[in-house]
Design a protein around this ligand. Structure first.
Ligand SMILES: [Zn+2]
Length: 55
């Protein structure tokens, strides 16, 4: 029951958080609208939002 190679490669690639540089599955990161190709993980997004909210 091995997944198709293309699917497997895509899933393995995942995305790297531009904030903490951790490799994460695409489902765990969000692409930044202002900077396409740059992703941020949920943890960093929450941190950033909290930081922005403080200003
Ligand atoms: Zn992060």
């Amino acid at each position: 029951m091995a997944p198709p190679r293309s699917w497997s490669a895509d899933a393995a690639a995942g995305a790297r958080c531009g904030c903490c540089a951790r490799d994460l599955p695409r489902s765990s990161v969000h692409e930044l609208g202002a900077t396409p190709g740059v992703f941020i993980c949920r943890r960093c997004a929450l941190w950033a939002l909290a930081r922005i909210g403080r200003r």
